[in-house]
Write a protein of this length. Structure first.
Ligand code: ADP
Ligand code: MG
Length: 600
């Protein structure tokens, strides 16, 4: 038997391990430092980055500052001025309370802290490196705190290796600054990256900040203001999900008691409330500020405080759904196609007042740099609802269109899915059987066609553009069609003799599907002759994209997917056939079915 194998880790090893839970990447440093500045009641916060924050993160505030004693003490683990007793956790209204950020950051970087407490006339400078105090002394400084963090993970190479490119890390930093800025509109934020101003936000009211965050396409959001006594309140903005929608859930931002959180429960409640009105495979855009009394939420379940736990999940879900549904129905969005809303505790609308809670405000001269480079700023107009069209004569005797004036607003109801291939719809006295693939193809095809005369299909850049190999013959022929692909939202660059790099795909392409769809579309295009007239090449390109991106036969659809598919199909031109000419819809009348059973 050897001696005991358990050892107590030397403190500097333990420090670095603990640091890993709080500080994962430059954006975590940015978040923690901003939280400290907000807790110090800053009226203005400046953030500076170099190399995506890898070589420098600097956060400067005009908050209350620290005394010389505190400027040293704050690097000790579990040193916090924010709570004294465990019970205080329930009432916590500051961002920090764990006393871990500065020690964690100090363990894995070189930090210089310069601070002056508001009623002192001298400041303090502290230099802390790799977990050790190197220097402390008096220094001239304005009231407030200035933290400079250099060379993050210089002593943890394994961590450094996992960081993304400067651009990737920078994007994450910008995103967290913007998300914090949304929570605290009364505070001015200024963000400089590699010497260039990226964000310049003067103090504003909450609604204004939200609009700035999402950029131009965001006009027309509806305010959410709702309260359920005993549960809490929900405020924020929801956009009409049938007009503005996104390819993923990242357009739904959630805050709990002013804290940005990644909270699936609330996100799902929002998507749930918009079910049936958001197009298939799309997600609403919303900002949700939940205000829950302390005992109803636990913010201390994750070191980076990105997760929360609710005492009563059902109540939170009902509160959010009710708030969203009310905002939309008041704005005239027809929710009848939506899933029935769970009826919750009796709720009531809130008085109009700014959200999130207003804090102190300070005079600040706004720079006139727009919020332009912020996240979401690259959003272009979404594919909106399609124009309705008079019905062309159906070519197929089996098609519904010859007989039925199908308009979007005629009453219909999805009755289910059959064989995981067909959607069954009851429409007046008929049962429609819709081929899900053919129908989705038509819908996508027509949406692409809307951009034929003007503009480009909105696309999403891929963070890690995949490289794909085609056969030499295919590659040669595809190259002729790259320009058309751009029009329809694919940006493909050559990356070798017969290789390509997929830089961007249309927005509606689902995460994880980008490479498959791009490759299949390219092989499809390789079959088009380059002598074909433009109109025909467009038609073939649109058909190829529609075919590859549409749901397949054999895929189970949610009710939400089916409602959205039917809704879009009914609004689509040429809805009776898919782009290849196969029927999308067949029908049975009630009298036909009655005759089967000799009931007529
Ligand atoms: P926490 O925020 O959880 O208390 P931190 O390690 O982030 O822990 O900070 C430790 C303490 O240092 C804070 O409680 C606060 O007293 C002080 N502090 C940190 N940053 C600032 C700042 N920007 N302005 C004033 N005080 C600060
Ligand atoms: Mg903190």
């Amino acid at each position: 038997m050897p001696d005991g194998m358990i050892k107590i880790l030397p403190p500097f090893v333990a420090e670095r391990i603990a640091a890993g839970e709080v500080v994962e990447r430059p954006a975590s440093v940015v978040k923690e430092l901003i939280e400290n500045s907000l807790d110090a009641r800053a009226g203005r916060i400046e953030v500076e980055l170099e190399a995506g924050g890898k070589s420098l993160v600097r956060v400067t505030d005009d908050g209350i500052g620290m005394t010389p004693e505190d400027a040293v003490a704050c690097f000790k683990r579990h040193a916090t001025s924010k709570i004294d007793r465990f019970e205080d956790l329930e009432l916590i209204r500051t961002y920090g309370f764990r006393g871990e950020a500065l020690p964690s950051i100090g363990a894995v970087s070189r930090v210089r802290l310069l601070t002056r407490f508001r009623d002192r006339d001298r400041g303090t400078e502290v230099v802390y490196e790799g977990g050790r105090l190197l220097r402390q002394g008096e220094a001239g400084a304005p009231v407030g705190t200035d933290v400079v963090v250099r060379d993050l993970f210089y002593n943890v190479p394994a961590r450094r290796k996992f960081l993304k490119t400067d651009t990737g890390e920078r994007a994450a930093c910008v995103d967290i600054v913007a998300r914090m800025a949304l929570a605290r509109p009364e505070t001015a934020f200024h963000l400089l990256a590699d010497g260039k101003t990226v964000l310049a936000l003067p103090p504003a009211d909450g609604h204004r900040r939200v609009l700035d965050y999402f950029g131009k396409s965001s006009r027309g959001g509806e305010r959410i203001e709702y309260e359920s006594p005993g549960v809490g309140a929900v405020r924020g903005v929801i956009w009409h999900p049938n007009v503005l929608h996104r390819p993923n859930r990242r357009g739904i931002l959630v805050y709990v008691n002013g804290r940005p959180v990644d909270d699936r429960l609330v996100v799902d409640s929002v998507t749930g409330a918009c079910r049936g009105i958001t197009p298939i495979q799309r997600f609403p855009q919303a900002v949700i500020f939940l205000d829950l009394p302390g005992p109803r939420v636990d913010v201390n379940v994750h070191p980076a405080k990105f997760l929360v736990k609710y005492a009563d999940e059902g109540a939170v879900r009902r509160l959010v759904k009710a708030g969203v549904a009310r905002a939309l129905s008041e704005a005239g969005v027809d929710l009848t196609a939506a899933m029935p809303l769970a009826t919750g505790e009796p709720g009531r609308p809130l008085d109009r007042r700014p959200y999130p809670s207003s804090g102190r405000r300070e005079a600040y001269e706004p720079d006139d740099v727009p919020f332009g480079e912020g996240p979401g700023a690259s959003d272009r107009e979404p594919m909106g609802p399609l124009p309705r069209s008079p019905l062309p004569e159906g070519q197929m005797s089996f098609s519904t269109e010859a007989a039925l004036p199908l308009y979007e607003d005629a009453p219909w109801e999805v009755r289910g899915q059959f064989a995981e291939t067909f959607v069954l719809v009851e429409y007046a006295d008929r049962l429609l059987v819709i081929d899900q693939h053919a129908a989705h193809e038509r819908v996508i095809y027509e949406e692409l066609a809307r951009y034929d005369e003007s503009g480009f299909v909105p696309s999403q850049e891929l963070l890690l553009p995949p490289r794909v190999e085609l056969s030499a013959a295919e590659a040669g022929r595809v190259s002729e069609h790259l320009e058309l692909l751009v029009k329809y939202g694919f940006r493909v660059e050559t990356a070798g003799a017969s290789a390509f790099r997929i830089m961007a795909v249309p927005e509606f392409v689902e995460a994880g599907e980008e490479e498959r769809i791009a490759v299949e579309v390219m092989s499809e295009l390789a079959r088009i002759g380059d002598d074909a007239p433009l109109a025909q090449r467009r038609h073939l390109t649109r058909s190829a994209i529609a075919c590859k991106a549409a749901v397949k036969a054999g895929e189970r659809l949610t009710r939400e997917d089916m409602l959205s598919l039917v809704r879009r199909l009914l609004a689509s031109p040429n809805k009776s056939t898919c782009p290849h000419g196969r029927p999308t819809t067949a029908e049975l009348s009630e009298s036909q079915v009655r005759r089967w059973f000799r009931r007529s």
